[in-house]
Design a binder for this molecule. Structure first.
Ligand code: KMH
Ligand code: ZN
Length: 280
């Protein structure tokens, strides 16, 4: 398919994730206050979407519904960002808890299109689960972003759309998650291959995990794609230099996108682009 040559670049920030250890990475936003402060800084730096994982009082990953609901409300109160809750959670989370994330009422959610080895663990997304999750997003009016960790996930996305039709909002947007140990590698050749297999009319972002961050970012910009950055995916800004804040990752992505003459998309533009309904 032809590259998506949108004039602006959608920047998603994934500030926390479920894997990094707060004690080892003090800059990781773990409390609600830290998350909202980060979100404000990242919006100012050019982000339009926030991909959210939350932590409990001990900074451990949680899918507690009350906390998720409060988080959605606080991010809406403090920012204009599109609030995309993770339904991936941590590898230890149950399918029931991951489905219940949608009850927190986010604008959007992640939806991973298949199981993948995840380092020494397995990130489990069997067909019945992803199919039920997709049906639920359509029922509740939540816009899914299809997370693709491997080329087989692209095939599963085609199957999902053939089975149930287009998502809420009518637009298919994917995120290529590259460089996970066990998933597709983070390089330009693989990115091109994955993009060429996407459904017609789909738009896409890409994120490279760890040291694949920069090659994937440059390849995505060159191919007309959008960007996801954040401490969920990368903890080093450069060799030997830890990330100081999520905002500096967003700033770097925004600067490169601007250099490519596709500056960051504002949140209101991103709502229209992704088919996310306005806030009531
Ligand atoms: N934490 C990973 C096991 C998602 O947010 O949807 C899964 C993940 C994907 O981060
Ligand atoms: Zn995530």
């Amino acid at each position: 398919m032809l590259p998506d040559m949108t004039n602006e670049t959608l920047i998603t920030v994934a500030p926390t994730g479920a894997e990094a250890d707060k004690a080892a990475v003090p800059a990781l936003p773990a409390t609600l206050d830290e998350l909202v402060t980060t979100a404000k800084e990242c919006q100012a730096a050019g982000a339009a979407v926030i991909h959210v994982h939350i932590r409990d009082g001990q900074a451990r990953p949680t899918l507690d519904l009350g906390r998720l609901t409060d988080t959605v409300a606080a991010l809406r109160e403090g920012t204009d960002l599109i609030v995309q809750l993770s339904t991936g959670g941590a590898v230890t989370d149950s399918f029931a808890d991951r489905l219940a994330v949608l009850d927190a009422g986010p604008d959007a959610c992640s939806l991973t299109c298949g199981t993948v080895n995840f380092g020494d663990e397995v990130f489990s997304n069997p067909w019945p689960f992803m199919s039920e999750l997709y049906a639920r997003t359509r029922e509740l009016g939540v816009v899914p972003e299809f997370e693709l960790f491997d080329l087989g996930h692209v095939a599963a996305l085609h199957r999902l759309l053939a089975d149930q039709g287009l998502p809420h909002g009518g637009h298919v947007h994917c995120d290529l998650v590259m460089g996970v140990p066990g998933g597709m590698p983070g390089n330009a050749a693989t990115l091109t291959q994955a993009v060429s297999a996407l459904p017609a009319g789909a738009t896409w972002s890409a994120t490279g995990i760890g040291r694949t961050t920069l090659p994937v970012m440059f390849a995505a910009l060159a191919a007309g794609g959008h960007l996801r950055v954040g401490m969920e995916d990368t903890l080093s800004y450069a060799r030997g230099r830890p990330v100081a804040s999520n905002a500096e990752l967003v700033e770097r992505a925004g600067a490169l996108a601007t250099l490519a003459q596709r500056p960051p998309m504002r949140p209101d533009q991103a709502r229209e682009f992704l088919g996310v309904s306005g806030r009531s």
